[in-house]
Design a protein around this ligand. Structure first.
Ligand SMILES: [Cu+2]
Length: 511
């Protein structure tokens, strides 16, 4: 069914010599010339993801307060039926994150291709992807996005004022590290224990879910990191960049190239032999259990209703990615499990696959710090007490690591994290070792009391398996608590402190 190829945006140095980018700009221009209430417009598509068109809040990030370019309209509104059917659909912190965004990209690509062909552009045009983890300069935004004008002198529809970068200086790039694609090493799409759900590679089991709670590994890094890096905020803690907030992000044309790369990484993960959920609840989507359906406007304003199972494999969609096969693990590369067992002195040559048939590993709370922590510029430090019985279970699996028996994995989660600003990251250390960095994309909205989940905030997870392995191998994991230090990436103004309700540490049996 492959008819189209989505190519690397850095081809032809990411300039308008790259015809995919030139025609993308032209197509975006056509969609931007349409009105907000037109389901074929750029503005309507951004609102499908999320919007603050006429909310109760005044001031930024309300759409009326966005500094041009682009000049974002807030009227005319579609009818309330159309609005309820289409707007505010994006699935975040959910196992629907990947299939929903895949359908969203397919719908936007159809709209753009129609507009591009109407201008005399190529029939084969497809959305390019931005692989910020590619070689050389590719961690920078392709230059076509920062030019104010097109080669013909017209305004460049890809240019956006509210895009500030990781250092708030207008230099737009992705910070590597912490951005990585380590998420590809988790072979579980969604972990599932009733009391301690793990988000896995693809996100936790949810109903229709417009954000809040736990991000899956891919959503956490690179997805959330790239949003916050690209959007950033204005110097001196001013307004946030469009990409930093889910209710603004899809107004920035770089959004869709970022999401193409996320979609590509899902395809790579599947091509590496990892399996998507097989439960009807995932395959049929939230509409099957009486919740909202996933629906996109097709050109001409016909409604396309779709489910995850209609888009969950590259064989079911009409596009592929340039160079997809080059990204796939080959047999001479050690699998993540082989690498891990090698650290325990186990000969990886004997390790065959330990792929998950069940896709449902068992997990359990290993320890917690239960008091609310407040994070200002200086950061915070806490002792996470470990439950002796659960620690013993973990220690047994570490001691009996074998070819056919990978030890438990361990995760640290910052729970009910609340705050006012998305454009920041928390850097976490466990017993002095760097556990990783977590971007706060979606934090402001998830913290609003009047929001969908009562302002319960975000649950931010880091895989600390390697640290626990190292502690075990170096010194036997004797202590009854872990020393956790949390440091913000950017300074935090008084009154804008970030709170963490609980720190939880979990063990998860290897599938
Ligand atoms: Cu996104």
């Amino acid at each position: 069914m492959t008819a189209y190829t989505r190519s690397n945006a850095w081809n032809s140095n990411g300039t308008f010599d790259n015809q995919d980018l030139y025609w993308y700009a032209k197509g975006v221009g056509v969609m931007q010339s349409r009105t907000l209430d037109d389901p074929n417009s750029w503005w309507f598509f951004a609102a499908i993801h999320g919007e603050y068109v006429s909310g109760t809040e005044s001031g930024y990030p309300g759409w009326a307060y966005i500094p041009p370019a682009p000049s974002v309209p807030t009227s005319p509104l579609p009818s309330s039926d159309v609005l309820k059917q289409y707007w505010n659909q994006c699935q975040h912190q959910s196992w629907y994150f990947l299939p929903w965004h895949r359908g969203y990209l397919i719908a936007l690509e159809l709209q753009l291709r129609e507009a591009i062909v109407s201008l005399g552009g190529p029939q084969s045009w497809s959305l390019p992807y931005w692989n910020y983890l590619g070689p050389g300069n590719e961690y920078h935004i392709p230059p076509a996005f920062t030019e104010q004008t097109l080669p013909d002198g017209e305004d460049n529809p890809l240019f956006v004022t509210a895009r500030f970068g990781p250092k708030s200086d207008g230099n737009i790039y992705v910070e590597i590290p912490p951005v990585n694609q380590d998420c590809l090493t988790n072979d579980v799409y969604t972990g599932s224990s009733p009391n301690t759900p793990r988000p896995g590679f693809g996100g936790p089991e949810t109903d229709f879910w417009h954000g809040g709670g736990q991000s899956g590994n891919l959503e956490n890094n690179p997805h959330n990191q790239v949003h916050v890096d690209v959007g950033g905020d204005a110097p001196g803690n001013g307004i946030g960049g469009l990409m930093s907030d889910p209710g603004l992000a899809a107004l920035d044309p770089i959004f869709y190239l970022h999401h193409c790369n996320i979609d590509r990484l899902w395809a790579v993960w599947n091509a590496n032999g990892n399996k998507n959920p097989t439960s009807a609840r995932w395959l049929k989507g939230p509409a099957a259990t009486g919740n909202r359906e996933f629906v996109m406007p097709k050109p001409g304003s016909t409604a396309w209703v779709f489910t995850p199972q209609e888009v969950d494999a590259m064989s079911k969609v009409d596009y592929t990615y340039e160079g997809l096969s080059a990204d796939i693990d080959t047999t001479d590369v050690l699998s993540p499990v082989q690498k891990r067992l090698a650290r325990f002195g186990i000969n990886h040559a004997e390790v065959t696959t330990m792929a998950s048939d069940t896709n449902k590993p068992d997990s359990e709370l290993l320890g917690a710090h239960d008091h609310t922590l407040t994070i200002g510029s200086a950061g915070v430090r806490a002792a996470v007490k470990l439950n002796p019985a659960v620690k013993n279970t973990l220690l047994k699996t570490l001691a009996s690591a074998a070819v056919d028996q990978a030890p438990d994995r361990t995760y640290l989660q910052l729970e009910n994290v609340r705050g006012k600003r998305d454009a920041n990251k928390l850097i976490v250390y466990v017993n002095g070792k760097l556990a990783g960095s977590i971007a706060l994309f979606g934090l402001r909205r998830a913290s609003l009391k009047e929001g969908e989940h009562g302002g319960s905030g975000l649950d931010l997870e880091l895989d600390i398996t390697e640290i626990i392995d190292a502690l075990h191998l170096e010194q036997g994991l004797g202590a009854d608590s872990l020393d956790v230090r949390i440091q913000p990436d950017k300074s935090i103004t008084n009154g804008e402190e970030i709170s963490v309700g609980r720190i939880g540490v979990y063990r998860e049996s290897s599938s």
